[in-house]
Structure formats: structure tokens, C-alpha cells
Design a protein around this ligand. Structure first.
Ligand code: 6R9
Length: 636
């Protein structure tokens, strides 16, 4: 077994070995897992520009045997999962490894009894409750491909994903709690399924106890199905490169794409990165606040911690309910030792009176993590000082849905942690900075496009149903590299600082949206002819959404009329994508700055939205330069 990295010397040695003898390194790392059959080759496939890597090819396994069964002998009575409900007055629920194993097996039997077979796609649209974790693992247990859709997406977004994945099964709940609100989840699914003729079965978990419409012949209650379902279930034997899950994520063009991860490489990468980045010890209580609907929830809420035999906490609520002390109250209540959250949450809590954090001890905390977007120095220091009391290392972890797990980050207390810097790459990760023409930028104190040389176990395998799209997006822009879409800077010591996206992707509260995706949604509105969306700096969200919109007919004559139209546009975006994609600012315009060839000059729109109006650059190539003055005058 490859020992855990504990010192900076260990890190350098592991990094060197992974670079020079990757097959030997990754074979050693994979040794302690439960394999039904070992691999025939560690790394294989055609990496680039074909975009097809294989890892541990020839191996046979089941990831849930590694998450659950493997731990029963030594950790059967250890807590696997702590569930903290939305309402602090509702009692928490705890599951040992043995109990979680039984629940997962029972859920797996319910799926089997309802006709789910190996390879079938199952869409999961559920609140952050234990049954969501069980549903995901139950799919993996029987070899079904899970595709979790964050329960804040709209019915249209669900339908798009169900249809793209060709899913015949949907798992959901009656409703969910989000802070003071309750949301009728099942009825959102019902709306979605009107456009999904392929769905045969919907399994509904009772959570709020709300009456819901059950469609005869299609919908069943989980608790009825579970009544006679056994709590043992033999795990399906999977090939290393069989798909494990699809997770939809936004890119710069078109509809969100289904990122596909497979069984063995993802498993090894989730476990290796989890244990090393957070420097996990046997008695840690670990809490990742990300929803399982995002990749962070997959890898570090669920798979990583369970693979490592840790105790993971699942929280249904929000950071500000009943007040801005909730995170800190939960940490004290469950003696959380490792806490992993997003900069947007930190910034929103920073804005609340300091008493909310000062009135909790937080003395159990040992390691703090950040993920999802660049963390600004101010938020970093607040987190370090007021949450970590100056004694907990902060790991700023850079990675993506496509990378499966953490790529660049400090290893807590081991490698350097510098505010606003992700730091050094993990063993097996070879980041490079590229010029626009694709040449590597050597040396330090340099900035460029961030790309990764070669493959690593957690790399994206394909985009569901459209391999060409994966190839074009990630592997052909710069042949020989995986292209991240991010810009980065390497400081004097070789630490990486992620600057942000260099493509048309905006990152709002750690959630990725393509500007084209939001424009397409806005354009569905009855009043709208055309729109252009850009990001702008936002104090809490990191980036806000600024939409320039051309209406059918004349500009509104009154402020009141404009307000009605703007509200209608927001409603359309909420219906098409979800509340999380609501534009922060809408500016109604009579035209957009376009070149003579009809291309929108986004550079100008970005500058105006950012408030950098003194340096708009050359506007003489515009078809109608006067439009810039109108846009400047009407800036929100
Ligand atoms: C894990 C996750 C990926 C994009 C990525 C980058 C941004 C994530 C970051 C970060 C700066 C960090 N990002 N972590 N930027 N520092 N520590 O968030 O996946 O939702 O796919 O987003 O998020 O721009 O390209 P995903």
C-alpha cells in the first residue's frame, strides 16, 4: 500500500514517483481496495486528442463493496453517516457502517424489484436526506448509472437531463426543506415528466409527509416497496471502465453536457485525494456542505469519505437558517473536525454580525477546506481567523466536475497554504500554463491558460451520448493536454493561483453556467428578441449575472412597464433553468454592440457590467458605435 503523505518530503517523493513511474505508483495506491479481479493495465487508451483514457482496465469491482462491505469487519459499528436536518429542533439521525450497508442493500433490492438493470440510467432528484446517499449507492451496487440532478433545477432542466441520459427511472421525494421554505419536489418532477415519455417508474421517498399525486402504474412509494425488500444484496461485478455516473455541467456552448465517470479510476482518485488533501485520521468527523447534486457532494460528501471509512455529515439546511450561526452550531454539536465549504457561503456569513461565529467554540475543528470558485484573500483570512481560530490549515482545492477529484491544493498542514492560492498539484497531476497559441510557458511568476498534461485516474471519460463533444471541448483545443477553461498564475514558488474562467462560463456562488445557456433561456420569453449575458464581480456570489436584453418593439415607456417585463424575464429563466440562474441585473437595450460580421463584442459588455467604463478599447469596428453610449447611459 502506498503510505499517506505526511511530510513535505513525502509529497515531493510521491510527486516524483507518480511522474516518473506512474504505473507502479498507481498500482501501489490501488492495492488496498477490494477487487474481484485485478487490472491488466494501469493506464491505457488514447489520451489526446482522442480524449479516451482508461485506468485499471481489465479489473472487476464494485465501488460500494469498497465504500461499505470492506469496512464491516473493522468499522461495522463506526458512524458512517450523520444526518443533520434543516430544522435545528428536529432530531439528527446517525447510521453506522453496518446500518448504512443494510439500507443501501435494501434500496438496491427496491430498484431491482422495480426493473432497474445494470447499465440503466437512473435520475435522482432529491433533498439532502440520507435516502439520497442511499439511492446513489444503491444504483452503484447494482451497476445502474446514477445521474443526480440538484433539487434546485427547474422541471425543464430535469426533463432535458432525463431525456439526454435516456433514463427510464426517476427517484425523488414528496418535498424538501430549504431554510424557512418547503418545496414540493414531486410536483416539479411531475411537470418534467410530461416531456419524458421514456420514464417507466418513479420511486418516491416520503420526507415531509405531504400528499402528492401518484400516477397509477408509474409512481410508487419507497416505504411500500421497502417493506418486503431484503437488507442484503450481492454487489454487481463491474468492469473498471463501465460508467458509474453522469453529472450534467455547463460549458461555453450549447446545453449542459453529461460528464461521465467510470468505476475504478474514479474510486482510486476519490479516496487518494480525500485522504491526502484533508489529512484524514480515523476519528475525524468530516463535513462537506456541498449538495450531492454537485460533483463536490459526489466525491467529497459521499464516495471519498466512505471509501476512506470516515464519518461524513449530511446537512439538509442552509447556512443562514434559523440564523447565520447554523454552520457553527452544527460543528459544535457533532464535533466536526474537518469542514469543507464554498467561498460564497463564507462571504455570506462574513456579512452577518461576528457574534454568530464567536458564540460557538469550534474547538473540534482541525482542517478547513474551500472549493468551487476563487477564494478572495479577505474571505480566506476571515475563515482562517474566526472559524479556524488561526490554528487550522486552510486547503483551497481547485478541481472540476470533469477532473473527478481535487487536482491542485495544499495538503492540510503538509504543503504550503497561501491565501487566494490553490497551491501545488497533487501527485499524478501535471499542470501547465499555455499561451494562446498553445505553447507551454516555462518558469514562475507567469500567467496563462491552465491545462493538464497527460491523464490521471479521475479524468472525464466522455460526455454521455456524444464523445465528439468531449473530444472537441477538452482534448482538441491544445493537443496533448486536457484544457480546463480556467486561467491561472504560477507565483515565485510555483504555487498556482486560479484566476477564473477564460471561456464563456460564469461561476455564480460556485455554480457553473454557460452564458449561452442563460441567453437561450431569456430568449424563450415572449417579449425578448435577443440577449447577451456576461458575469460581473459580486460581493457574495463571486460573479453575478448581467443580462442585456433587446425587446420585441420599442423600449418600455415607463419604469413600471420595464419592471413588469424584467420580472417576466426572470420568471422565464427560473422556469427554464432554476432560481440559481436568475439574472442579478437586466438592462433593456435597443441594440447590442456587434461587429460588421454580426459577432457580439462581449468585451465591451463585460467592461460596462464591471463598471470599467473608462477603458472600453477600440469601438470603431462596431456596426453601430452609438449603441455603446446608450448602453453606458443605461448601466444598472
Ligand atoms: C469542484 C467544482 C469548476 C470550476 C473551475 C473553476 C472553479 C473550482 C476552485 C475554482 C478557483 C478553486 N473552481 N474550485 N476556482 N479556486 N479552489 O467546483 O466543480 O462545478 O465543475 O466547477 O469552478 O473555474 O473550472 P465545477
Amino acid at each position: 500500500m502506498h503510505p499517506r503523505i505526511r511530510t513535505i518530503e513525502d509529497y515531493h517523493a510521491a510527486y516524483k514517483q507518480a511522474a516518473e513511474a506512474p504505473d507502479a505508483f498507481w498500482a501501489e495506491v490501488a492495492e488496498p481496495f477490494t477487487w474481484r479481479r485485478k487490472w491488466t493495465s494501469v493506464r491505457g487508451g488514447a489520451f489526446s486528442p482522442e480524449g479516451q483514457s482508461t485506468w485499471y482496465d481489465g479489473a472487476r469491482l464494485n465501488i460500494t463493496e469498497n465504500c461499505l462491505d470492506r469496512h464491516l469487519a473493522t468499522r461495522g459499528n463506526k458512524l458512517a453517516l450523520i444526518f443533520e436536518p434543516n430544522d435545528s429542533k428536529t432530531r439528527h439521525v446517525r447510521y453506522t457502517y453496518r446500518e448504512l450497508h443494510q439500507h443501501v442493500c435494501q434500496f438496491a433490492n427496491v430498484l431491482l424489484n422495480n426493473g432497474v438493470e445494470k447499465g440503466d440510467r437512473v435520475v435522482i432528484y432529491m433533498p439532502m436526506i440520507p435516502q439520497l446517499a442511499m439511492a446513489v449507492l444503491a444504483c452503484a451496487r447494482i451497476g445502474a448509472v446514477h445521474s443526480v440532478v440538484f433539487a434546485g433545477f427547474s422541471s425543464t432542466a430535469i426533463a432535458d437531463r432525463v431525456n439526454d441520459a435516456g433514463a427510464e427511472f426517476v427517484l425523488t421525494a414528496d418535498g424538501l426543506n430549504r431554510g424557512p421554505k418547503q418545496i414540493p419536489v414531486k410536483s416539479v418532477v411531475d411537470d418534467a415528466l410530461q416531456s419524458c415519455p421514456g420514464v417507466r417508474r418513479v420511486i418516491v421517498v416520503e420526507h415531509l409527509g405531504w400528499p402528492v399525486h401518484m400516477q397509477e402504474g408509474r409512481d410508487v412509494w419507497y416505504h411500500n416497496e421497502a417493506e418486503n425488500a431484503s437488507t442484503t444484496c450481492t454487489a454487481e461485478e463491474m468492469a473498471a471502465e463501465d460508467p458509474l455516473f453522469i453529472l450534467y455541467t455547463s460549458g461555453s456552448t450549447g446545453k449542459p453536457k453529461g460528464v461521465v465517470h467510470t468505476q475504478a479510476g474514479y474510486m482510486v482518485w476519490a479516496d487518494y485525494t480525500f485522504r491526502n488533501v484533508f489529512q484524514v485520521e480515523e476519528n475525524d468527523v468530516y463535513w462537506c456542505t456541498a449538495d450531492i447534486g454537485w460533483v463536490t457532494g459526489h466525491t467529497y460528501g459521499l464516495y471519498g469519505p466512505l471509501l476512506a471509512g470516515s464519518t461524513t455529515l449530511l446537512f439538509e439546511g442552509v447556512p443562514t437558517f434559523p440564523d447565520a450561526g447554523r454552520f457553527w452550531q452544527v460543528i459544535d454539536k457533532h464535533y466536526v473536525t474537518i469542514f469543507y465549504t464554498a467561498p460564497t457561503a463564507i462571504r455570506s456569513l462574513m456579512a452577518a454580525p461576528l457574534d454568530h461565529v464567536l458564540s460557538y467554540s469550534l474547538s473540534s475543528l482541525r482542517v478547513l477546506g474551500s472549493v468551487g470558485e476563487p477564494i478572495n484573500a479577505e474571505a480566506w483570512h476571515w475563515y482562517h481567523q474566526h472559524v479556524g481560530k488561526g490554528r487550522c490549515p486552510v486547503v483551497d482545492t481547485w478541481w472540476q466536475t470533469e477532473t473527478g477529484g481535487i487536482m491542485i491544493s495544499a495538503l492540510a498542514g503538509v504543503t504550503p497554504s497561501k491565501p487566494a492560492h490553490a497551491g501545488l498539484p497533487l501527485p499524478g497531476v501535471q499542470p501547465v500554463l499555455l499561451n494562446q497559441d498553445g505553447t507551454e510557458i516555462e518558469g514562475n511568476n507567469e500567467e496563462g491558460y491552465l491545462a493538464i498534461k497527460g491523464s490521471w485516474p479521475g479524468i472525464i471519460r466522455t460526455t454521455w451520448g456524444d464523445h465528439e463533444r468531449a473530444r472537441q471541448t477538452y482534448f482538441t483545443p491544445y493537443p496533448g493536454y486536457y484544457f480546463t477553461g480556467d486561467g491561472a498564475r504560477r507565483d515565485a514558488d510555483g504555487l498556482y493561483r486560479i484566476i477564473g474562467r477564460v471561456d464563456d462560463v460564469i461561476n455564480v456562488s460556485g455554480h457553473r453556467f454557460g452564458t449561452a445557456e442563460i441567453e437561450n433561456a431569456i430568449n424563450q420569453n415572449q417579449f425578448v428578441i435577443e440577449s447577451a449575458v456576461v458575469g460581473y464581480p459580486h460581493d457574495v456570489k463571486g460573479q453575478g449575472i448581467y443580462a442585456y436584453v433587446i425587446l420585441e418593439g420599442a423600449l418600455p415607456a415607463s419604469h413600471a412597464e420595464a419592471q413588469v417585463i424584467e420580472a417576466s424575464i426572470i420568471e422565464t429563466v427560473v422556469a427554464e433553468i432554476g432560481k440559481i440562474a436568475k439574472p442579478d441585473k437586466i438592462q433593456l437595450v435597443s441594440g447590442l454592440p456587434k461587429t460588421r460580421s454580426g459577432k457580439i463584442m462581449r468585451r465591451i459588455l463585460r467592461k460596462v457590467a464591471e463598471g470599467e467604463t473608462s477603458s472600453l478599447g477600440d469601438t470603431t469596428t462596431l456596426l453601430d458605435p452609438a449603441i455603446v453610449d446608450e448602453i453606458l447611459a443605461g448601466k444598472k
